[in-house]
Design a protein around this ligand. Structure first.
Ligand SMILES: [Zn+2]
Length: 307
């Protein structure tokens, strides 16, 4: 199913949220405004002339050129939903405003829906977050580190556990080490996997700092410069404490808090990608004005169908 990109904004109080998105009509209008900011455009042929009608309680647009009929939720994650838009918007609000990840059980309580419904929403919304983050490319100074989810806790490489998932944490920083954006990728720690990741996630202008773990040599496949900071004690924990890795260490600390504070029973194998995306998405949007200089029309702006 085609997935729409929905962009959420932080910094909205619950009162403000209810004022702007408290009714189905307001939510619908917000979707229309962000999907068609300059008026209806036929998703089929690009024509703007149209008529509208209501069928089964839902507003439809019909293109005057090709007669194509559509609704504002067609081709989005809301398409087949029986839930009112207000509940979806509230779920998006809760997921994006939260400091930590939100578990399905918490969503269930807040929304007054069944566990199954909350669980399905928890499946779909982070999927959109993942899509939105999938083209993220880091440039300039980038700290990277290898880490695990699962076992006793997320953290540095440690002894094996069947439920452990390896991932790379990468943080683009300013030249003086302040974090800008982050990227997590669930990959095995092999040179080939790091190469494939680097080609996708690193700009050739990137200067990558790692603790010298062998597989990180793969980052140069993207054209990026790589500096391994090797401490006297070799790679690993000691190097990771080095101030060159302050941003990525902080990020991993936050990730640990976000996940430990939320999930009791956690199938890392199955859901690691979504949970990592959820954290990445929120982190990369913590300063709206910095990351989105063009203010979207709706607070949930940039609502575009994806090819
Ligand atoms: Zn058309």
């Amino acid at each position: 199913m085609a997935m729409n990109r929905v962009q959420f904004q932080k910094g909205l109080s619950m009162a403000g949220f209810l004022k702007h998105y408290g009714t189905v009509e307001l939510c619908h209008a917000a979707l229309v405004a962000s999907r068609w900011p300059t008026g209806f455009v036929c998703p089929h042929c690009g024509e703007t002339h149209h008529s509208t009608f209501v069928r089964e309680g839902r507003q439809h647009w019909q293109c005057q050129a090709c007669r194509y009929q559509t609704t504002v939720i067609a081709g989005t994650i809301f398409q087949a939903t029986k839930l009112p838009l207000t509940l979806w918007f509230l779920a998006m609000h809760l997921l994006t405003q939260a400091k930590n990840n939100v578990a399905a059980l918490e969503l269930m309580r807040h929304l007054g829906v069944s566990y199954k419904t909350a669980w399905l929403m928890k499946l779909k919304l982070p999927q959109v977050m993942t899509e939105r983050e999938s083209s993220r490319v880091l440039e300039g100074r980038v700290e990277i580190d290898d880490a695990y989810l699962g076992g006793e806790r997320p953290g540095k490489r440690g002894r094996g556990s069947e439920n452990k998932i390896s991932f790379i944490a990468a943080v683009q920083t300013t030249e003086d080490g302040k974090p800008v954006v982050a990227c997590f990728a669930r990959i095995p720690f092999t040179k080939e996997a790091v190469e494939a990741w680097a080609k996708k996630a690193l700009a050739p202008s990137a200067h990558v700092l790692s603790d010298g773990l062998g597989c990180f040599r793969g980052v140069s496949a993207s054209g990026a410069r790589h500096s391994a900071i090797i401490m006297n004690g070799g790679t690993g924990r000691e190097a990771a404490q080095h101030s060159a890795f302050r941003a990525v260490n902080t990020m991993l600390g936050n990730l640990k808090t976000a996940i430990n504070g939320t999930y009791h029973a956690f199938d890392f194998r199955k859901y690691a990608n979504r949970y990592l995306s959820e954290v990445q998405y929120r982190f990369n949007r913590r300063f709206d004005l910095d990351t989105h200089p063009q203010a979207p029309r709706s607070r949930y702006g940039n609502y575009r169908p994806m090819a």
